[in-house]
Design a protein around this ligand. Structure first.
Ligand code: ACO
Ligand code: KIV
Length: 516
């Protein structure tokens, strides 16, 4: 029989408590719809008493969503609970999540209350919450730094008062997996009515243990995990939903029958949405959703993966809704990966050609972070096929000056398939005039995204290298380079180089399409 872990997502409450992560009401609604698409069991929509915006967001999410239970946070106070109940009124399934701190330091310094007073407040809060919602969750805040006997006593008391879920927060991310697992196991052992409630984990990442602690909790009997998309949350964040869900799925051998209902193919989309709406970039090396999580560059790894993907991948990118893994070509690449990319681009190279092309590739990879398809196309057309440049700048003449009456003008002659293409144009400056003339001569007019020029040698014969960036029809960047002691000529050569790469890329796309 399936042993289900309930996923309680608190991106919109604890996640949003991360400084700088605040989202507007419409943004929250968008995230909530994506959480529903993920089949999250419980969405904590907000802390309604804390502001009008939190109240309205919780109210709107309660109205608009169908499948998940909607939870609202409340302190152990009647007015907080009433406000949460009011915000959740329209929800198909609602849950009031009430909390009060139980650790000695929080009780003494923050609340100024004795353990007996805290126990009384907790029980009263749960009893009152039961009047507004069937599902009531109680959290002993800073539970992991609380006295175990007191924790056992308060958990038993709130279950007697009607709590249906008891959540054990590691509020400050202090404990280690073995300790967290032991707290859950001890509560299961010592609280006589523990089976009347679901035990839940809520772990923070201050020591990087949030996911490991949550999973230790699951292993010891917790059946709800509180987490956030991309692990956002207070300070170092909360346990990341994607890490918990993929760990349980990927290591089903270890978790023996335990499953979640999460539709994992929606994970990448959820991660991108939350990153975009909060402005919190996902680190490239972030587990599961980082841009490098399914990317490979190292030659030995790529060689292994090409023989059997599982040599270096424990999950498939498709599981989280990505189209496939990313083979990156760069300075750590080997011949197998390079050969495969050439084949994918439609090139059939002899062994000698492959060797020459790979040597050139290695020289280039030493200078660049990443080698793109158009770089490979340039290597093959220039060094293997020794193809003529599609458009070759044969002549450039420019007139410009500092006087306001001078109109910068350029004329160009470009050789294309043995013919001379001649054009003249004026522009805002000499480079612009040259580019206008190139566009007229080639009849190709890509928008210039960026332009830069730098000296690559010193002295009065300094060689200037111009770099331009244009976009192809699909929005991909194409870089062109040109060098000359005359910076206007370097600029014109770079633009013609970019146009040549654009045309080559179009040909590669046509080759790929015709081979499908
Ligand atoms: C571990 C967690 O993540 S808990 C959730 C934390 N999230 C937030 O705090 C975000 C939203 N918070 C807020 O908007 C505000 O803090 C509010 C509206 C909740 C309260 O604001 P204020 O009334 O100005 O109080 P303030 O924030 O300064 O202090 C908190 C008060 O709540 C009390 N309190 C804290 N936790 C609890 C609790 N669980 N139950 C009852 N009272 C509590 C404190 O003792 C303090 O009371 P005091 O004002 O009588 O000293
Ligand atoms: C309210 C509780 C669950 C909390 O967010 C925490 O203790 O971190």
């Amino acid at each position: 029989m399936k042993d289900k872990i309930y996923i309680f997502d608190t991106t919109l409450r604890d996640g949003e408590q991360a400084p700088g992560a605040a989202m507007g009401i419409q943004d929250k609604l968008q995230v909530a719809h994506q959480l529903e698409a993920l089949k999250i069991d419980i969405i904590e929509a907000g802390f309604p008493v804390s502001s009008q915006a939190q109240f309205e967001a919780t109210e709107m999410i309660s109205r608009e969503l169908n499948y998940p239970t909607i939870a609202g946070l409340a302190r152990a106070s009647k007015s907080d609970i009433d406000k949460a109940g009011e915000a959740l009124k329209a929800a198909n399934r609602k849950r009031i999540h009430t909390f009060i701190a139980t650790s000695p330091i929080h009780m003494e310094y923050k609340l100024g209350k004795t353990p007996d007073e805290v126990l009384k407040m907790a029980v009263e809060a749960v009893s009152h919450a039961k009047t507004a919602a069937d599902e009531v969750e109680f959290s002993p805040e800073d539970g992991c730094r609380s006295d175990m006997d007191f924790l056992v006593e308060i958990v038993q008391a709130v279950i007697e008062a009607g709590a249906t879920t008891v959540n054990i927060p590691d509020t400050v991310g202090y404990v280690l997996p073995e300790e967290y697992g032991k707290i859950i196991a001890t509560l299961r052992e010592r609280v006589p009515n523990i089976d009347n409630a679901v035990l839940s984990t809520h772990c923070h990442n201050d020591l990087g243990m949030a996911a490991a602690n949550s999973l230790a909790g699951v292993k010891n009997g917790a059946r709800q995990v509180e987490c956030t998309i991309n692990g956002i949350g207070e300070r170092a964040g909360n346990a990341a939903m994607e890490e918990i869900v993929l760990a349980v799925k990927t290591r089903s051998d270890f978790f023996e029958g335990i499953e979640t209902d999460i539709k994992t193919t929606e994970i990448a989309k959820a991660s991108k949405l939350v990153s975009r709406l909060t402005g919190f970039a996902v680190a490239p090396n972030k587990a599961i959703v980082g841009s490098n999580a399914f990317a490979h560059e190292s030659g030995i790894h790529v060689h292994g993966i090409l023989k059997n993907r599982e040599t270096y991948e424990i999950m498939t990118p498709e599981t989280i809704g990505l189209e496939g893994n990313r083979m990156v070509l760069g300075r750590h690449s080997g011949k197998a990966g390079f050969k495969k990319r050439c084949e994918e681009m439609g090139y059939k190279l002899s062994e000698d050609e492959l060797k020459t092309a790979f040597d050139k590739f290695c020289q280039l990879a030493d200078k660049k972070k990443e080698v793109f398809d158009e770089d490979i196309a340039a290597i093959i057309s220039d060094d293997i096929r020794k193809e003529e440049q599609i458009f070759k700048l044969d002549h450039l003449q420019v007139a410009s000056g500092s006087s306001s009456s001078t109109i910068p003008t350029a004329s160009v002659r470009i050789i294309h398939e043995g013919k001379s293409l001649v054009a003249a144009a004026h522009g805002d400056g000499p480079v612009d005039a040259a580019y206008q003339a190139v566009r007229m001569a080639t009849e190709i007019s890509p928008e210039l995204e960026s332009y830069s020029i730098r000296a690559v040698t010193g002295g009065k014969d300094a060689l200037g290298e111009a770099t331009v960036e244009i976009l192809d029809d699909s929005g991909k960047r194409i870089i062109g380079r040109g060098a000359s002691t005359d910076i206007i000529e370097a600029s014109a050569k770079a633009y013609v180089d970019a146009i040549n790469r654009l045309v080559r890329r179009q040909k590669i796309t046509e080759m790929k399409e015709s081979s499908i």
